[in-house]
Design a protein around this ligand. Structure first.
Ligand code: FAD
Length: 427
């Protein structure tokens, strides 16, 4: 039993949706392309799950956020895939792959063969069990990676209205979920081991601004410690979390956002793996010529960082690496190496920020931290390599992106600190 396609995209997330749009634009013939996804719906804009999807009033629901609306492109509904002759094999997990035979085997035993494969399997949420803590299968403990998780989170949240929640993890999932919980009138305690939130990106000063803002919304922070166990009632529901420092926090629900792991396992013994992802070249091609990898699962050379191999876990990178892979497949002679400017954003409450490049070297912070109009530049070896801005306009974000892309040389750091955003706007 089996089916054969010219192109197969394994995974049906953000990258798959943007790859499909690019294939359609480049004129893929009906029946040539298939997308296989464990999820039961066509590709959608995953970031919506921790934002619009969790709103108490008029929440975002599919089909409104199918890809590629996040980049102001067409919305790819099931009908769009039908009209373009793109086969969607949904609700189907691939359980093994053989890159030499060019076949995938699904959990129901079907063999799907390809000429060209794009791996777009993304990542999965890390479980606390992987850190030796048990009990995250309780009905009021939530993770957030896919639509099923988001639906579950909404229903747990609804049963907890007016109550308390503990959020484990101070990264963007934790921060966005905490904001959503507050908006749903749930009182939140955030717990994380670092000294401040968003520790991989924020400086202490930037983190202070957001933490103060969250505190003004009633969020309580417990920093520098981790979860060690749960207390449960007779039905198995979590009633309190116990922390390493001995604190006991009673709660009606728990949300865990402690990081992700790329879904590389089907290919680990067949393709080169680096930085926790499947290593590709600047054309998104893996160590096997017929196999490409894109999105969260891909580790690719970032020209701006001197060709350093990076695995980026952000939606913009998923969109652009996916499109680039399709360009390299369909128009190889016209497609060079990807020249990507790393970009990441988040939106919480009425705040929103963007970050470009990398947060390496000396940091210069500017603006008015009390009013929420501030930003930062990171300077390494005399050049701007990273830029952050809260509450910018489109033009302002484009300006900070440009100074990073150009790696603008810095002669006088004090002057840049004084000029702040103006410096970028003048470049
Ligand atoms: P995914 O979108 O994760 O898609 C992977 C797909 O592969 C899934 O459909 C999965 O089911 C499928 N799959 C995996 N293994 C198999 C298998 N064996 N068989 C079949 N199917 C399989 N980024 C930002 O820059 N800004 C944000 O504000 C932001 N917010 C986010 C909020 C949430 C809640 C989450 C979870 C992520 C957010 N991100 C954000 C990150 C962004 O969504 C990811 O970088 C992006 O989704 C990566 O796209 P991808 O296609 O590589 O992987």
């Amino acid at each position: 039993m089996g089916r054969a396609f010219v192109y197969v995209i394994l995974g049906g997330g953000v990258a798959a949706g943007y790859a499909a749009l690019e294939f359609a634009r480049r004129g893929v013939a009906h029946g040539e392309l298939c997308i296989i996804s464990e999820e039961s719906v066509p590709p959608y804009e995953r970031p919506a799950l921790s934002k619009g999807f969790l709103l108490p009033e008029d929440p975002a629901r599919l089909p409104s956020f199918h890809t590629c609306v996040g980049a102001n492109e067409e919305k790819l509904t099931p009908k769009w895939y039908r009209d373009h002759g793109i086969e969607l094999v949904l609700g189907t997990r691939v359980k093994s792959a053989d890159v030499n035979r060019k076949t995938l085997i699904t959990a129901v035993g079907e063999t799907i063969s390809y000429k060209i494969l794009i791996i777009a399997t993304g990542a999965r949420a890390l479980k606390i069990e992987e850190f030796g803590v048990r009990g995250s299968d309780a009905e009021n403990v939530c993770y957030l990676r896919n639509l099923a998780d988001a639906n579950r989170l909404v229903s747990v949240m609804q049963s907890c209205n007016g109550g308390n929640a503990v959020v484990i993890g101070g990264g963007y999932i934790g921060m966005e979920c905490a904001a959503a919980l507050v908006t749903n009138r749930i009182k939140v305690t955030m717990v994380f081991p670092e000294a401040h939130c968003m520790a991989r990106l924020f400086t202490p000063k930037i983190a202070d601004f957001y933490e103060d803002y969250y505190e003004s919304k009633g969020v309580n922070f417990i920093k520098g410690t981790v979860l060690t166990s749960f207390e449960n009632d007779s039905e198995g529901k979590v009633t309190a979390v116990i922390l390493k420092d001995g604190t006991r926090v009673p709660t009606q629900m728990v949300v865990i956002g402690i990081g992700i792991r790329a879904n590389t396992s089907l290919f680990e013994d067949q393709l080169t793996v680096e930085k926790g992802g499947i290593k590709v070249n600047g054309r998104m091609q893996t160590s096997n010529n017929s196999v490409y990898a894109v999105g969260d699962v891909a580790a690719f050379p970032v020209k701006l960082f001197g060709g350093d191999i990076r695995r980026l876990e952000h939606v913009d990178s998923a969109r652009k690496t996916a499109r680039h892979a399709v360009d390299a497949i369909m128009a190889p002679e016209k497609t060079g190496d990807l020249d990507y400017l790393p970009f990441f954003y988040s939106r919480v409450f009425t705040l929103s920020w963007q970050f470009y490049g990398e947060n390496k070297g000396e940091v210069l912070q500017y603006g008015d931290f009390s009013s929420g109009r501030f930003g930062a530049y990171w300077i390494d070896k005399g050049r701007i390599v990273g830029a952050f801005l809260e509450g910018g306009s489109r033009e302002e974000y484009e300006a900070i992106a440009k100074v990073v892309k150009l790696k603008v040389a810095v002669k006088d750091t004090a002057e840049i600190e004084r000029q702040g955003l103006e410096f970028a706007l003048k470049v």
